[in-house]
Write a protein that binds this ligand. Structure first.
Ligand code: ZN
Length: 342
């Protein structure tokens, strides 16, 4: 009951990359960098286990950014001549690579860190991939000329990597789709179809993470414009409830999402955000248990997985670690408190 997990990313140690940045520069290159990525993966695996988490991740230590880490392994993309583009409906500008030809995987994307993690933990292992809609929103296109075609092309590549990850022994594959909260009509039109292409043939658990972004300034400013109730989920959860995705990861604590919207995910596992990644204040176990209690009004006990609101990549390392411990301790407290509840 209440198996804990995180959205995916964790801060990179200062010896691996610049800290507290979303697109950090690596400290090394070549063999030395490859070794440092592996060391950081093992470090966070151990910290997650020691904190008491149930479903662990590689902490995304091997990728510079959650979208571009995947794109770097795709042929047909020009990384040399990045262009400035407004992303997430112009919420912020980013320097993005450009699709210039047919897309193809150059090889495996996350094999090294996944096999390493699998060999070093007996816990359930989750690996995250960017979702097709979010990729399309984080890249410029000079080849396909059609968003949906481009998304389906990426979905096929994601599926290729996901099937290989499953063979590597991964228990859950999660697709990160922050763009789902921005383009709700497109989610219903083609977003879920693209996700279905990405999970085609998988037997492991599949998840989609939909959030209001990392705790960085443009996101915090955007949230200010969303009014007193954030109802984006309301537009997409009914369609997700009918989808073949097993789990939905969402924001809850300190978020203006009306918690009753979780009811719209009937039948799905719900990864409830009980840790705020936009605040350095560490939650107490009581606060975490209280948030779980609120979610229990709308999600059955057997379907509720306490989680973080979003990734912790840009956070301070010590604070992230303290939050992992609070997550596990809060879930333990909730198990005691709500053991008898149905
Ligand atoms: Zn997120």
């Amino acid at each position: 009951m209440f198996e804990t997990t995180i959205a995916g990313s964790l801060p990179k140690p200062g010896w691996l990359a610049e800290t507290q940045k979303l697109w950090p520069t690596w400290r090394a290159a070549g063999e030395e960098l490859a070794r440092a990525k592996c060391d950081a993966t093992l470090l966070w695996l151990k910290e997650q286990e020691d904190a008491g988490l149930d479903i662990v991740t590689d902490g995304e230590q091997s990728r510079q950014h959650f979208v571009h880490g995947f794109l770097e392994c795709v042929e047909g993309i020009d990384f040399e001549h990045k262009v400035k583009m407004g992303i997430r409906d112009n919420r912020y500008e980013a320097m993005v690579p450009v699709v210039v030809g047919p897309l193809r995987l150059k090889g495996r994307v996350h094999q090294v860190e996944t096999r390493l993690a699998r060999a070093h933990t007996k816990k359930k292992l989750k690996i995250t991939l960017p979702g097709p809609m979010t990729i399309v929103d984080t890249i410029a296109d000079r080849h396909y000329g059609d968003k949906v075609k481009l998304a389906m092309a990426f979905a096929a590549l994601l599926n290729q990597e996901a099937r290989a990850l499953e063979k590597d022994g991964v228990d859950t594959i999660q697709f990160d789709e922050p763009a789902f909260n921005v383009y709700m009509d497109d989610v219903r039109r083609w977003g879920i179809k693209a996700l279905h292409r990405a999970i085609q043939g998988l037997k492991c658990k599949t998840a989609v993470h939909i959030c209001y972004g990392y705790g960085i300034k443009p996101n915090l400013d955007w949230k200010q414009t969303l009014g007193s109730e954030w109802r984006q989920y309301e537009a997409i959860f009914p369609a997700l409830a009918k989808s073949r995705i097993d789990q939905v990861s969402l924001e809850c604590i300190h978020s203006k999402v009306p918690p009753q919207l979780m009811k719209l995910l009937k039948g799905k596992d719900v990864l409830v955000g009980v840790i705020d990644v936009a605040s350095d204040k560490v939650e107490t176990p009581e606060e975490v248990a209280d948030t779980i209690g609120r979610a229990l009004q709308f999600v059955p006990k057997s379907k509720l997985f306490p989680c973080t609101n979003c990734g912790m990549a840009p956070m301070d390392r010590d604070i992230a670690l303290a939050k992992l411990k609070a997550l596990a301790a809060g879930a333990a407290l909730a198990r005691k408190r709500y053991a008898r509840r149905r």
